[in-house]
Design a binder for this molecule. Structure first.
Ligand code: NAD
Length: 481
């Protein structure tokens, strides 16, 4: 375990050059410290990028089909270690053990999909204008990539980046969230144990200084980032002067639209799952319900009955329905946002406070439903990233779509209606990347793009074959014979 507290550079586990560390604390019980992990700086990034550069040519030379073998072997090891991964995710991120097991499955699905793509990573042949000439296209890896990840999916999101980066022939430096360093270290160890050549995948633990150094490094050809809009914008700005290639997966303020002909039982179930799964800490979490005035009272009654019965507790307790939030900052942010919402006219229908009764010292927020939320209130416009749901009244189809689209984000969206014409019109007009009809507004498949509209995303999406447009660049070639 002790070596995992450091960085992984050029195939070796090393402490940070800074000599600094930071504690990794269990959100469900702050007395439980998983370890003191490296708090690295620019000098550590320099060494990791050097290692990634040195490994590039040989890794590229293997070709995608042989590179896929390393992904498959890492997948076998992660599968065999699935229980350790799930327990670690729950202990350092806080989510329910069942949710952590689901995350391990998701990560393996992405790995499986990506390895399979190795036999399709080609280009096209094209007609030539000249006689006795072949014209065609092919892809080349962009080079060394920096992978910067958040804490809410500490295994799946790094995997969404590591797997396609390596398969495409890039070499990588992973900088995970400082809140979830151990899961990232276990991931990197699995690839090392799978025989990955030294320097192909490097790990530098730490926070903003590490991310900034990666973005600034001239030898880093691309940054794949998942996190908040302000940090994504800062990365885009910092890299603009050298036309840094970026893939930015950002925040959301996702709406579920409930029209007057909706199946309210189905809608209630989907909203509860979408809003309170992982305590609302998902970029695609349901954060707003835009409900028609003809059904809103009945919907709120149903929601409150379900939500008030949810049990908040540690992720390791099989009796828990809702996990803690990740740290004290997140808890304060949620509760402060609820108080400001009340000032704007919203009414707390249930929750709205911290939960402490019979719980260990941790960051527990009661699942909260706010009703009568003005569509333009701060709580209806800005990401909360916690178990807080805003119900907003709407009057008819056009009004509902207007409200759903009134935010600067566009990650996911869902609509509940029995009318086929309104289904297709909603799909056409919803300003969000991942759309759902009569089902929860969360969830994605490894072979579909994880895509957002507006400020939720910038650059080629993750997952799906679209991901190659980030990690590779096109070449065209003509051969005269
Ligand atoms: P964050 O933006 O605070 O941090 C994300 C990562 O960026 C961390 O590793 C952090 O250390 C690093 N970082 C911070 N400042 C940096 C800088 N100036 N330059 C480079 N790197 C820097 O986000 P978070 O709190 O870890 O995660 C929550 C956010 O992530 C939410 O907004 C959520 O919606 C978003 N998210 C998006 C997706 C998606 O696929 N679109 C998925 C999950 C989470």
């Amino acid at each position: 375990m002790s070596e995992l507290l450091g960085n992984h550079v050029g195939g070796r586990w090393v402490p940070a050059e800074t000599g600094l560390t930071r504690p990794d604390v269990n959100p469900a019980d702050t007395r439980d410290v998983l370890g003191e992990f490296a708090e690295s700086g620019g000098v550590d990034v320099e060494a990791a990028v050097d290692a990634a550069r040195a490994a590039r040519a040989d890794w590229h030379g293997l070709g995608p089909i042989r590179r896929a073998e390393f992904l498959r072997e890492a997948g076998r090891l992660i599968s065999a270690r699935a229980a350790e991964f799930a327990e670690t995710i729950t202990r350092e991120q806080g989510k329910l053990l069942s949710e952590a097991r689901g995350e391990v499955r998701r990560a393996l699905e992405v790995l499986d999909f990506t390895a399979g793509e190795s036999r399709r990573l080609g280009g096209v042949t094209a007609p030539a204008e000249d006689p006795r000439t072949w014209a065609f296209t092919f892809r080349r890896p962009i080079g060394v990539v920096g992978l910067i990840t958040p804490w809410n999916f500490p295994l799946a999101i790094p995997m969404w980046k590591v797997a396609p980066a390596l398969l495409s022939g890039c070499t990588a430096v992973l900088k995970p969230s400082p809140l979830t360093p151990l899961t990232a270290a276990l991931l990197v160890r699995a690839f090392a144990d799978a025989g990955l050549p030294p320097g192909v995948l490097n790990l530098v633990q730490g926070d903003r200084p590490v991310g900034e150094a990666l973005v600034a490094h001239q030898a880093v050809a691309g940054i794949s980032f998942t996190g908040s809009v302000p940090v994504g914008t800062a990365i885009q700005r910092a890299g603009a002067h050298r036309l840094l290639k970026t893939q930015l997966e950002l925040g959301g303020k996702n709406a579920v639209v409930v029209l007057d002909d909706a199946d309210l039982e189905q809608a209630t179930d989907a909203i509860v799952r979408g809003a309170f799964g992982q305590a609302g800490q998902r970029c695609s979490a349901t954060s707003r319900v835009v409900a028609d005035v003809r059904v809103v009272d009945e919907l709120v009654d149903r929601l409150v009955e379900r939500v008030a019965a949810l049990r908040v507790g540690p992720g390791t307790d099989p009796g828990s329905d809702v996990c803690p939030v990740v740290n004290d900052d997140r808890m304060r942010a949620c509760l402060d946002a609820v108080h400001r919402a009340e000032d704007s006219g919203a009414v707390v229908a249930c929750g709205g406070a911290a939960a402490t009764d019979g719980l260990p010292p941790g960051h527990y927020v009661r699942p909260t439903v706010l009703r009568d939320v003005p569509w333009d209130a701060e709580i209806a416009q800005e990401e909360i990233f916690g178990p807080v749901l805003s119900v907003i009244d709407s009057d008819g189809f056009d009004d509902a779509l207007r409200i759903a689209n009134s935010v600067r984000y566009g990650m996911s969206g869902a609509v509940f209606t029995r009318d086929p014409a309104r289904i297709f019109e909603a799909l056409d007009r919803f300003e969000a990347g991942m759309l759902h009809v009569n089902r929860p507004g969360v969830g994605a498949y490894a072979h579909l793009p994880h895509v957002g509209a507006k400020q939720s995303q910038h650059g080629p999406p993750e997952c799906s074959p679209q991901v190659w447009d980030f990690y590779t660049e096109w070449r065209s070639a003509c051969i005269a014979y």
